[in-house]
Design a protein around this ligand. Structure first.
Ligand code: ADP
Ligand code: G6P
Length: 476
């Protein structure tokens, strides 16, 4: 441990730092916000409390020096070109991601990807051990770092270790396909407390331990078979958004004006439908477009009266399944516009960019119907952000039953995205339900999100971590 280094009582470890280093074609370096819901949520938590954030800064090569940003202490971990390919694109996003999302696309298994996953997890564990103060709380995030809990415990048995899974945890029948299933479970059992989005995810984990490791489980706890007689608890603590922060942002006059401007720029439709997602096959973008295309063909909706805006953040662009998805979506958008658009009035407006938070809030405010149709999603913060921005009680949320968010937002217009007829009906209901009824629904959705915001989530998580059983030999 370098003696001069400052150490922290709370250490977050996530594959990504909240910012990515981008190098322009002219070689100029700058920092931009990293994509995804994990960063959105953890950033609002970490801005308000002292602590360090260990993570990858998005590029390749040696780690940058640690630095401070907006009150957060960021501690970069470097990845080589091969590690980005085998750890990030390979094992994390071409092996684990599909297995943990119902194998919507087939998973690839490569032993050298696994070797690199272990190597990178060990580097993260060392970085955590370096920056954690004695007895500190360490909060490890997501599927990219499942070996880190046990590795940190080995290096620093004095630390209190938690892990939270932002994505689903698969049923044992799917998890069992992983050739390295035992090592992954043992890696996680190095934690004192494991958090999941839904109760079903926590139960899947406990069942996997019982069936694949043959260890004793009782309720939501797993007995650890390493001689320590520890029990590890696995519970659901669903993540959320910074309700107050996002609502304040949405109320800013510049954001309200921008929302009007956006509506005007798409032709002031009676109904503006919106989709906002990372361009990921889990998000059901194809299903959504199919439903919309059929509604257009049947004459149930027609531009310019009704129009659809799809905002898709570029994501994992070197992974083959993502490349296929992108070309399929772009072809479909082209076909729909060719068949149903008019000059100056396309049926689908498609944007493949990242936007600042203010612009996102304006999109949400401008949309009459928000389409959130994932085939599988751990939570889906976009659904909660939409509700948060609708302080005017306007708008309607169409929400897939296969998102974590649906378990909290039952009053939304529910859909099964595999059922295209059902999805079409849900869209029409969201358009045609009388305004008063939609306002009533929006009020109750907002009540739920405002009372269960990300600050409450973090408090609950850290309280559960603190309440985890004392480890033998560390009780004071
Ligand atoms: P995931 O974590 O799988 O990407 P979530 O819905 O949980 O899905 O979180 C996505 C986050 O990324 C949200 O905070 C959302 O506002 C943000 N986001 C999505 N698309 C864009 C975009 N084009 N530009 C900026 N932020 C985006
Ligand atoms: C999801 C995952 C995060 C990930 C994010 C963006 O939210 O749970 O761990 O960071 O997607 O994906 P990326 O591969 O760009 O980090």
């Amino acid at each position: 441990m370098p003696p001069a280094q400052q150490r922290y009582d709370l250490v977050i470890a996530a594959n990504r730092l909240p910012v990515d280093k981008v190098v322009s074609e002219s070689g100029e370096e700058s920092w931009q916000r990293s994509p995804g819901g994990l960063v959105t949520a953890m950033e609002s938590v970490m801005r308000n409390q002292p602590g360090a954030w260990v993570g990858w800064a998005g590029g390749t090569g040696p780690a940058e020096e640690p630095f401070d940003l907006d009150g957060m202490h960021l501690h970069p971990v470097g990845l080589s070109v091969e590690e980005v390919r085998d750890f990030y694109e390979g094992f994390s996003n071409d092996t684990l991601w599909p297995i943990y999302h119902d194998v919507i696309v087939p998973a690839s298994f490569h032993r050298d990807w696994w070797a690199t996953y272990r190597q990178v997890n060990a580097r993260f564990a060392e970085a955590v051990a370096d920056v954690a103060a004695p007895g500190a709380r360490v909060w490890i995030q997501d599927y990219q770092l499942q070996l880190v809990p046990a590795l940190v415990r080995r290096l620093r048995p004095d630390l209190r270790i938690g892990w939270f899974n932002h994505i689903p945890f698969p049923p044992v029948e799917l998890f069992a396909q992983l050739p390295w299933r035992g090592q992954l479970l043992e890696g996680l059992l190095g934690a004192d407390f494991l958090g999941f989005q839904r109760q079903a995810d926590a139960q899947n984990f406990v069942r996997a331990c019982r069936q694949l490791l043959r260890v004793a489980t009782k309720g939501d706890t797993v007995a650890v078979d390493d001689g320590s007689r520890r029990r590890v608890r696995a519970s659901a603590i669903p993540i959320s958004v910074d309700f107050k922060g996002m609502e304040d942002l949405a109320q800013q006059p510049s954001v309200v004006a921008r929302a009007h401007e956006l509506r005007e720029s798409v032709g002031n439709p009676r109904v503006l439908m919106l989709g906002v997602d990372r361009l990921d096959y889990t998000k059901g973008i194809r299903h959504r477009l199919k439903a919309y295309e059929e509604l257009l063909a049947e004459g149930k909706v027609s531009p310019p009266e009704v129009t659809f805006l799809q905002v898709a953040t570029p994501s994992r662009e070197r992974v083959e399944a993502y490349q296929h998805l992108r070309s399929e979506i772009e072809q479909t958008v082209g076909r729909i516009n060719g068949d149903h658009g008019e000059i100056g009035a396309p049926a689908v407006h498609y944007l493949h960019h990242s936007y600042p938070r203010e612009e996102m809030a304006a999109f949400f405010q401008a949309a009459d119907v928000m389409l959130v149709t994932p085939l599988r999603d751990g939570m889906n913060l976009v659904a909660k952000e939409y509700v948060t921005c609708r302080y005017d009680l306007g708008g309607a949320l169409v929400l897939s039953e296969f998102t974590g968010a649906w378990h909290e937002l039952h009053q939304a217009f529910a859909c099964n995205p595999h059922d295209i007829e059902g999805l079409k009906q849900a869209i029409l209901r969201a358009i045609n339900t009388p305004t008063k009824e939609k306002q009533r629904i929006m009020r109750s959705l907002r009540r739920r999100v405002s009372q269960h915001d990300v600050q409450r989530w973090a408090k609950r998580y850290l309280a559960a971590l603190d309440a985890a059983p004392e480890r033998p030999g560390t009780a004071s």
